[in-house]
Design a protein around this ligand. Structure first.
Ligand code: IMP
Length: 429
């Protein structure tokens, strides 16, 4: 029985929520392994709508849900998300929820710094979610983070606070901000500590235990490969590794545990925030994609940029992340387009490229080369088998999988869980 690792294969917002929800309902444990509360998805279960940005999706169905060490955790946000879900009747306790005790914390100073930097960057801003994700990861690799396990030893926090404050106070002075108020930070940490600590443990042990007992584990990725800090459109990326390999390091289970890598791929392309986007459409077609696809960010409410499917970028993401099969989502958004286009290569300084170059200026200057296909007049919305799809939509799917050199495992045809064409069950592998 395979475990499954779900990752976004574009710039996030590929429609992971529905697929992860479906897989979570069949898993014994769900683990988040990177990112923080910059992620966002909406789960619809019966009449209830749940909005998650930090908690693993399994929480809603009572499946063991774990926040792994690769995540950066805002303890105040955690409390409010847990309380909100409890208010909706979701049971959350130390039996079904655990947080890695070596997880770094996002502190108010991180959120402030995120905002100050973005404001100062003007047109050059990254367009972050403003949640302090980048500064918190910086402190982790800078070896001055305060971690979940430190909450149990606040009386011994002085040396760490010294390191943290020495770094941040200098930065804050540059922005004309007062020094960190150490006393009030300590007080706030002491207040939130019992809430976090009731769930804290070395989750790598718990995961290894359930793995040995034969549990099916779902690794729930956030954002997308093109936002990966190494492989994405640097510097317009998030500050974690979003590729499948992080499932191992960010959870404390080795790479052999990550199993079937399911890449979630939207039938067209979207992006929130700044940065290169070769197939972006600044015209009526882009507008139409955005309207039909309801392309607004779950966390920030920002309008998403929209464009045609980019097979070059998606092929690259699938290769880098070792994707076993893809879930193609939101195909119905393309219903009714007379013609649809797929980017199959780039032109750059008179040369043809079949990959996305690493340098930011090259990334900004590539010109997409398109292949045009006939669209379809019928609808794909709600299709549950190939027979329900217009012939031209099937041709589109086939062309996508050919170009990205990765097979389709699932096709999602509406937000409803049942409106899915299952080609290959990731858990059955
Ligand atoms: P940060 O993760 O808040 O630092 O934001 C860095 C970049 O990642 C920005 O372009 C954000 O819009 C983008 N980003 C972060 N989280 C998500 C997500 O869950 N979906 C889509 N984009 C995201």
């Amino acid at each position: 029985m395979a475990n499954v690792t779900v990752i976004g294969a574009q710039w996030g917002d590929e429609g992971k929520g529905k697929i992860v929800d479906w897989l979570a309902s069949r898993a014994d444990a769900v683990v988040r392994f990177q990112g923080g509360h910059n992620a966002g998805h909406t789960l619809v279960v019966g009449e209830q709508v749940y909005k998650l940005s930090l908690l693993p999706s399994g929480i809603v169905t009572g499946t063991l849900s774990i926040i792994g060490n690769g995540v950066v955790l805002d303890p105040w946000h955690l409390k409010s998300e847990v309380e909100k879900l409890r208010g909706q009747g979701v049971e959350i306790n130390a039996d079904n929820f655990a947080i890695a005790d070596n997880c770094p914390l996002i502190l108010p100073v991180h959120r402030e710094l995120d905002g100050l930097r973005e404001a100062a960057a003007g047109a050059g801003k990254i367009g972050t979610t403003g949640r302090g994700i980048g500064p918190a990861y910086e402190d982790k690799v800078g070896r001055r983070a305060i971690r979940v396990c430190d909450l149990a030893h606040l009386d011994a926090l002085e040396p760490q606070l010294d390191r943290l404050c020495a770094h941040h106070d200098a930065l804050r002075a540059g922005f004309g901000q007062p020094k960190i108020d150490r006393d009030s930070l300590l007080k706030e940490l002491a207040k939130i500590a019992p809430f976090v600590l009731q769930f804290a443990q070395p989750t790598w042990r718990r995961l290894n235990k359930v793995k040995k007992a034969g549990a099916r584990i779902l690794f729930e990725g956030a954002q997308g490969v093109l936002l990966d800090v190494d492989h994405g459109t640097y510097p317009f990326v998030t500050s974690s590794n979003t590729v499948s390999g992080t499932a191992a390091s960010g959870s404390g289970l080795g790479p052999s545990a990550t199993g079937f890598v399911l890449g979630i791929v939207k039938a067209y392309t979207t992006r929130v925030g700044s940065g290169p986007f070769p197939t972006e459409l600044d015209d009526d077609t882009g507008q139409r994609l955005g309207e039909r696809g309801h392309e607004f960010g779950t966390v920030t409410g920002r309008k998403r940029r929209c464009g045609w499917f980019d097979a070059v970028l998606t092929r690259q993401s699938c290769a880098i992340s070792g994707v076993t099969g893809i879930a193609l989502t939101k195909l119905d958004v393309l219903d009714g387009f007379e013609k649809v286009k797929i980017c199959t290569g780039y032109r750059l300084n008179g040369k043809i490229l079949d990959y996305f170059p690493s340098h930011a200026a090259d990334q900004a200057n590539v010109e997409p080369i398109y292949e045009e296909m006939d669209g379809w007049s019928g609808t794909t919305a709600g299709a549950r088998s190939w027979a329900d799809l217009p012939a031209q939509a099937i041709k589109y799917i086939q062309r996508v999988q050919e170009l990205i050199e990765t097979p389709v495992a699932l096709v999602s045809t509406s937000p409803e869980r049942e409106d899915t064409i299952l080609v290959r069950d990731p858990f059955a592998d």
